[in-house]
Design a binder for this molecule. Structure first.
Ligand code: URP
Ligand code: ZN
Ligand code: ZN
Length: 464
């Protein structure tokens, strides 16, 4: 007798797309069979796809800000948003501020995340690899942190080559993954000063200040230094093909590097930041969105397997709020407008629609990009990212034919806008199950705050 049976759906099981029933007991998948009879509860999934819950390994949720306070998206609101969009697991960031430590931030982040409903892990940002900070890494590892995050740009976070090498060496010593934001800090600073001195301050100049070459250079450097140290890395948010080419070349050399892109790099453009008034701030993220022609080239890189995962880089800055895009006023220069856009709920629908519905990728490829590969790189597979006996019963019942116009209300986040407002998508989550519990049904999120689980990630986990 199973706790629950999902009957009659079409499940994506690795490379196979199979009509089957799924039996769930104790929050895990207990059986996959042509017919499952004995179950205390039954959900009929006829006409629906059954996919593993989305795994979003690049999120910023309730993250402390350098100037004090935390980002506007709480763990509870982020959980609602994630479930609304079919995502059940996230890996979010814990900051380090220059001169500060790691452990104190980690403990506070664990407390905040425990108030949410998402199963979660953390990337520990290292912004200041001081001796004291690095000495705290073993305690983080013991608590289940599986990765370090390095930024090669941003005033408050960037590492120089010596700092980045120190992070790579520490990760190698402790068996951790390293994720990198690749843009050249000094080049962006020079371009930004030149633009501002010339009076070019509007949001659209954000893209001008950080063209693809600054991303390509930093990506090349990050890969070269990781290769030198012999440390696996993942390049975060690849925005364009010339950057992906650096990854392709490294993979061909046998370097242990993976790469992610995000929905914004196949849907938004630099022209979105040129909307009237301050509106362009809604599309400001780093790296900057490129051009419509670039979207096709990014899809080519996805199909070639150069880009392994698609995450949201969800970053909760509102348009109107006091901690949001306009916190320095509507006339603020582009360099002080917070970077980052919300995308937790939109990620699966946008990528399914642009990818599967438009015939660019098939269903197994979609699942690999948004669930299986992120789970593998995070060391969470096969507990997460798979429909398999023994895996957590994190499932999305997906209506592949449903046509929806994206609105901010559908995103169910705490942010007052979505950059995807008005976008027509084909394919939408009908229900989300987290560890066998229905947490979203037809848009209604029912999970209990505090029900999310910490996911300890072992060092040396399978990162294939
Ligand atoms: O603009 C972005 N991407 N903001 C979030 C922080 C980061 O760089 O990942
Ligand atoms: Zn970044
Ligand atoms: Zn990010």
């Amino acid at each position: 007798m199973y706790d629950l049976a999902i009957r009659g759906g079409t499940a994506v099981l690795g490379d196979a797309v199979v009509r089957c029933d799924i039996g769930i007991s104790g929050g895990r998948i207990a059986a996959i069979a042509e017919r499952i009879e004995a179950a205390a509860q039954v959900i009929q999934a006829d006409g629906l796809l059954v996919l593993p819950g989305g795994v979003d390994t690049h999120c910023h949720i309730e993250e402390p800000l350098p100037e004090g306070g935390v980002q506007e998206e709480s763990w509870e609101s982020a959980s609602r948003s994630a479930f609304a969009g079919g995502t059940t697991t996230v890996v979010a960031h814990v900051p380090q501020f220059k001169g500060g430590g790691l452990l104190e931030q980690h403990r506070a982040a664990r407390e905040r995340a425990a108030r949410g409903m998402l199963d979660h892990g953390f990337h520990q940002i290292v912004a200041d690899p001081s001796e004291a900070a690095m000495a705290e890494i073993p305690a983080l590892v013991a608590d289940g942190v599986g990765s370090l995050k390095a930024f090669l740009t941003y005033d408050s976070l960037h590492l120089d080559d010596a700092g980045f090498l120190a992070v790579l060496q520490a990760a190698r010593r402790h068996g951790l993954m390293v994720h990198v934001h690749c843009e050249n800090f000094d080049a962006i600073r020079l371009a930004t000063r030149t633009l501002i001195e010339a009076g070019c301050t509007a949001p659209k100049y954000h893209a001008v200040s950080r063209p693809p070459v600054v991303e390509r250079e930093a990506t090349h450097r990050a890969i070269a230094l990781a290769e030198l140290v012999g440390q696996p890395i993942q390049i975060f948010h690849v925005s364009c093909a010339e950057v992906a080419e650096e990854v392709a070349r490294a993979k061909a050399r046998g370097v242990n590097v993976s790469a992610e892109t995000c929905p914004q790099y196949v849907t938004l453009t630099a022209d979105d930041m040129d909307r009237p008034g301050f509106e362009g701030a809604k599309f400001m993220c780093s790296p900057a969105p490129r051009s419509a022609e670039e979207h096709g080239r990014v899809w080519d890189m996805i199909r070639r397997g150069v880009l392994d995962v698609i995450t949201s880089d969800h970053c909760g800055f509102s348009y109107e709020g006091l901690r949001g895009k306009g916190k320095h006023g509507r006339d603020a220069a582009f360099d002080v407008i917070p970077n980052g856009i919300p995308g937790l709920a939109a990620r699966l629908p946008v990528i399914f629609s642009e990818g599967v519905s438009k015939g660019r990728i098939d269903l197994p490829a979609f699942v690999k990009l948004v669930s299986e590969n992120p789970a593998k790189i995070a060391g969470l597979y096969p507990r997460k990212g798979a429909i398999a006996v023994g895996s957590d019963a994190d499932l999305v019942l997906w209506d592949a034919g449903r046509q929806v116009t994206i609105t901010n209300a559908l995103m169910q986040h705490a942010i007052d806008y979505t950059p995807y407002e008005g976008m027509q998508v084909t394919g939408w989550p009908a229900a989300t199950l987290r560890r066998g519990e229905v947490v979203m049904w037809d848009g209604a999120v029912t999970a209990r705050p505090g029900s999310g689980q910490w996911l300890p990630r072992g060092p040396g986990a399978d990162r294939a």
